[in-house]
Design a protein around this ligand. Structure first.
Ligand code: G3H
Ligand code: ZN
Length: 278
């Protein structure tokens, strides 16, 4: 069933559980996420990044309509979230497209500018019934980013940022990095605990694909709630598609290789939800 991220996030945070959020690009990604969630009986977030919206031509509505239909038919609660939005024009399309929450990402800006832009996004979001997530401290590794693996979010600054912007959830820098191809990240679990206490809103871990299973579980135990996973699904999909096409060079129908990709993603979603106890 379609459910707002606000409800799923509040329930997970209150129970000290993880809420897994998967970045989807194709319909097969989204089918894999709802299938994996159904297999383990977990609520889940389907999220679409501004980059993925750009891939589909710049308008969020077509993919969002498909995701809404999938969510409504799913046996477990499924939320629709718009991820890493930097453009106001896209933020403004979120409510009508059917998203119940948005991550507004002004983390590339200096603190005061991040605060001002985020506060503005929160004003719009709350006026239109959206939960708003923002980022403080910059999780590195996005394309065209300078890698900043040593950056950490400061708890006092996090408290002030939440107070002054009114954000509902906070993405923090605690050692993870986007788009890692291996699970080698080490997290600062003591800092996660301090941030959870200081921020007073659910915390979000970005770049979770590069975090080993045991580190993910410890992060949740330390107070992390929303666990964002993108690259792990893409690794599963492209690996399976590549293997399938190499094994069947005569095939022209894309469906068999896309099915192989979807099955590999479903297995990864199921595995991760089990690891997280979500
Ligand atoms: O917002 C999305 C996540 O931070 C995904 O990061 O692709 O490194 O798993 P990842
Ligand atoms: Zn992210």
């Amino acid at each position: 069933s379609l459910a707002p991220a606000a409800t799923l996030l509040a329930e997970a945070a209150a129970a000290g559980r993880a809420l897994a959020a998967f970045n989807v690009i194709t319909l097969e990604h989204a089918q894999a996420v709802t299938a994996g969630a159904a297999a383990v009986g977990a609520p889940v977030v389907l999220q679409v990044s501004q980059n993925a919206v750009a891939h589909h031509g710049g308008a969020p509505a077509p993919l969002a309509a498909a995701l809404t239909a999938l969510a409504e038919a799913a046996p477990t609660p499924v939320a629709l979230h718009l991820d890493h939005v930097t453009e106001d024009a896209l933020l403004r399309q979120a409510p009508a497209a059917g998203f119940g929450s948005v991550m507004f990402d002004a983390s590339r800006l200096p603190y005061a500018a991040n605060l001002a832009a985020t506060a503005e996004a929160v004003r719009f979001g709350h006026a239109h019934g959206l939960l708003v997530e923002a980022e403080l401290g910059r999780v590195g590794g996005k394309p065209a980013d300078a890698h900043t693996p040593g950056v950490r979010t400061d708890p006092d600054q996090a408290a002030a940022f939440v107070r002054d912007t009114g954000v509902d959830a906070l993405a923090v820098a605690v050692g993870s990095r986007h788009a890692m191809r291996e699970r080698t990240a080490r997290l600062d679990h003591a800092l996660i605990g301090r941030l959870r206490a200081a921020a007073g809103v659910p915390l979000v871990l970005h770049g979770s694909s590069g975090v080993p299973d045991a580190e993910l579980r410890r992060a949740v135990a330390a107070g992390m709630t929303k666990i964002n996973v993108g690259t792990a699904l893409n690794r599963a999909m492209t690996g399976a598609v590549r293997a399938h096409l190499l094994a069947h060079p005569e095939q022209t129908d894309p469906r068999p290789c896309l099915r192989a990709g979807r099955e590999a993603m479903t297995a990864e979603v199921t595995r991760l939800l089990t690891v997280l106890g979500a």
